[in-house]
Design a protein around this ligand. Structure first.
Ligand code: NAI
Length: 396
């Protein structure tokens, strides 16, 4: 079929298998171009199909020759209906990994459930014995807690007071003012239940109990801080409470892994266009200004550049990973540079519908968004007929 983008709000209903494949190949080539990392050998990535999780899987495999198991929640194709991009990405990743002689298998299902945890542990036992790195990179709006059966929905709201600021519709370029009402207590609890550290701890506990964690195993989850501009809706909002919880959970997990000499880290990453971040109000405007400033400075990075740097310059240098005063690894260092933030804050004041196309990198934002779904990728001919029925070869 000929597959075209069908946008609805901040999601795209279609995805292009060849474009997704090319994105994965580009990321693999980037990692290879940076040279070998003396990194992990057997890796589980939870949330492995898009964004930072996919970049973590690619960096492990093609930077460090690691065997990888990827867990994700994606929609396979049906006749005439393309799969979700993460499904095509995973198919492309496995194809390339297998061709390179690397072990790669995947599990598609709800990572929050006991069933998928058990299935993953059984696969590790059967094929790898133990893993030495577990990346936790889930981004989801809902979670059903397997112990209580309660389904929690996260919200993206400020706490305590109304938040009014500029935002942009990145499809039209319209800069408008939005006003978001504060959350209630229940919203905070629900968002922490979905995006906090409870499920991460449950994974590690189950894996430890099953004996599938190697001595010195490390586990890493991803967090975000960002600037004062976005604080009310991000770091000091409901999602920020969840990130506080995730960060506190790292210490609990490290304690629980003492006998294995294992460690849990949170890495604070840069703001980037992913399916998760495009849903957060205000963030797309911030990202389009940030991209402009960071590209002008020659310090712009995407997910793969961030994670390659995280592995090569933080986690696997041969020395202990450098951490900040709160115990977190920082790979958002270039985003948070004082000169970068001062420039973004100045541009923020000036941004209007008319000025944003020149002041900000709206085109870069929009292209990245299309790229997430395999569209507007260089080298892909979108008028070609493609087979939408792509399989993930090592799907268990
Ligand atoms: P993403 O939307 O690209 O990826 C989410 C992944 O989670 C996908 O592989 C998806 O299949 C998987 N997933 C979602 N629900 C699932 C479920 N129930 N079971 C199994 N898999 C499931 O998101 P992104 O942006 O890469 O986010 C990953 C982490 O990075 C999140 O913790 C996010 O907060 C964090 N982060 C994101 C930043 C950004 O700007 N995008 C910045 C800093 C941190």
């Amino acid at each position: 079929m000929i597959i075209e983008p069908r946008m609805r709000g901040f999601i795209c209903l279609t995805a292009h298998p060849k474009g997704c494949e090319q994105n994965v190949i580009n990321q693999i080539n980037y990692v290879k171009s940076k040279g070998a990392i003396n990194g992990p050998k057997k890796v589980l990535v939870i949330g492995a199909s898009t964004g930072f999780g996919l970049a973590s899987r690619i960096t492990s495999a093609f930077g460090s020759d690691a065997a990888t198991i990827g867990v994700f929640f994606e929609k396979p194709a049906a006749e005439g209906k393309p799969a979700s991009p993460g499904f095509y990405n995973s198919a492309a990743f496995e194809k390339q990994a297998h061709a390179a002689g690397l072990y790669a298998k995947s599990i598609n299902g709800d990572a929050f459930s006991n069933e998928i945890k058990d299935k993953t542990i059984d696969l590790i036992k059967a094929d790898l014995g133990q893993v030495d790195l577990i990346i936790y990179s889930l981004a989801s709006p809902v979670r059903t807690n397997p112990n209580t059966g309660i389904t929690h929905k996260s919200v993206l709201k400020p706490i305590g007071q109304n938040f009014t600021n500029k935002t942009v519709d990145f499809h039209t370029g319209n800069v408008t003012t939005i006003s978001i009402d504060p959350c209630n207590e229940e919203d905070i609890e629900n968002t922490v239940a979905v995006m906090g550290g409870e499920d991460w701890a449950m994974w590690i506990e189950a894996m430890k109990k099953a004996g599938v964690l190697a001595p010195n195993a490390q586990t890493v989850a991803y967090s975000y801080i960002g600037p004062a501009l976005t604080e009310p809706v991000y770091r000091k909002g409901t999602i920020g409470r969840a990130k506080d919880h995730l960060e506190a959970t790292a210490f609990e997990i490290t304690k629980s892994l003492a006998d294995l000499n294992g460690k849990a880290f949170v890495s604070v990453n840069k703001a980037l266009v992913t399916q998760a971040s495009s849903a957060i109000p205000v963030i797309p405007l911030y990202i389009s200004l940030l991209y402009k400033v960071m590209k002008a400075e020659g310090i712009h990075e995407g997910c793969i550049e961030q994670i390659q740097r995280l592995f090569a310059e933080r986690l696997y240098t041969g020395a202990a990973a450098p951490i900040d005063e709160a115990g977190r690894i920082r790979i958002d260092d270039w985003e948070m540079r004082a000169d970068v933030q001062a420039k973004v804050a100045e541009l923020w004041e000036q941004a209007t519908t008319e000025s944003l196309p020149t002041l900000g990198d709206l085109a870069g934002y929009s292209d990245d968004f299309y790229n997430l779904f395999g569209f507007k990728v260089a080298g892909v001919n979108y008028t070609d007929d493609v087979n939408e029925m792509v399989e993930v070869p090592g799907l268990v």
